[in-house]
Design a protein around this ligand. Structure first.
Ligand SMILES: [Zn+2]
Length: 291
């Protein structure tokens, strides 16, 4: 197994999480089925959002995803340590961290985060319905036409929303889990990797393809859209609404961080991101920056 395969996101866990959220989408569709008046739809979604059944569902699904990833990444770390001759001291620090660390606390945080994300789905969809009604009514459209459109669009929209959250949240959580452990054992740098290697897999956004192989510090997340701007036809760069973030931590991103366990495993010279710029560094230059 090569170094990169080790850190690729766990598809199995993402798929189970996506399945659960699609189940939620179907449930929401069933709840609003037959309701014509948008106000009734919004009220029904709100009622469901506040129900005990839904709260328990959100907590259970979040818990399963986060602890599943946590276990999986534990295995990855052990394999990385074993396969890549991680120094004995580092290895022991890692084992110690996996056994004792602050993982309980951090895991709770990540579970709460994911639960919250799931919990917002029904009410957010309700708000979108309300906004749509308002927008279309302002255009002077007939209420009955708007109602029909909502009924047509609702199932597809709900499903798309659930899938977006599934993709985004799994990779966000995975990056956090890698970060916590890497920092705990003093590995402060990682290599940005898009799914599918240097060229991406066809769905990778251009800026992230260009981030491929760039070395990043956990304390200094880059802004890929600023580093590799896209321009409008009139030659102005698109406004960057995503800001600074780590691999895997913006909507729909499936990139992942590959911790630098050993400088021997990185190809030098390498592109390194620091203070808002990417520069190409030799291993010697990087060693000085590392300190
Ligand atoms: Zn990405």
């Amino acid at each position: 197994m090569n170094q990169s395969d080790l850190w690729t996101p766990a598809r199995r866990i993402e798929q189970a999480f996506a399945r659960a959220l699609r189940r939620l989408a179907r449930r929401l569709n069933a709840i609003v089925k037959g309701l014509r008046d948008p106000r009734q739809i919004i009220a029904a979604l709100k009622r469901y959002a506040q129900s005990k059944e839904f709260r328990q569902f959100a907590e259970a699904v979040a818990m399963k995803m986060v602890t599943g990833l946590f276990r999986d990444m534990g295995r990855t770390w052990r394999q990385a340590a074993a396969a890549h001759g991680m120094g004995r001291e580092l290895y022991q620090a890692l084992m110690q961290e996996l056994r004792t660390g602050r993982k309980g606390e951090r895991l709770d945080e990540l579970i709460t985060d994911t639960t919250y994300c799931i919990k917002t789905i029904p009410e957010d969809i309700g708000k979108e319905v309300a906004a749509y009604v308002e927008r279309e009514a302002l255009k002077g459209r007939r209420a009955s036409d708007i109602e029909r459109e909502i009924q047509l669009m609702f199932p597809q929209h709900t499903k798309a929303r659930a899938e977006l959250i599934a993709r985004t949240q799994v990779s966000y959580t995975q990056t956090n889990l890698i970060k916590v452990r890497a920092e705990a054992i003093g590995l402060n740098w990682y290599v940005w990797r898009p799914v599918g290697g240097n060229k991406g897999d066809g769905r990778t956004r251009t800026s992230h393809r260009q981030m491929s192989g760039v070395v990043v510090n956990w304390n200094d997340p880059p802004a890929p859209e600023d580093l590799f701007p896209r321009y409008t036809k009139s030659g102005r760069p698109y406004r960057n609404t995503l800001g600074h973030y780590h691999a895997g931590q913006c909507p729909n991103c499936r990139c992942y961080p590959e911790p630098i366990v050993d400088l021997d495993l990185t190809t030098w010279p390498a592109r390194v991101y620091r203070n808002g710029r990417i520069t190409t560094m030799t291993r010697r230059q990087f060693e000085q920056v590392m300190r």
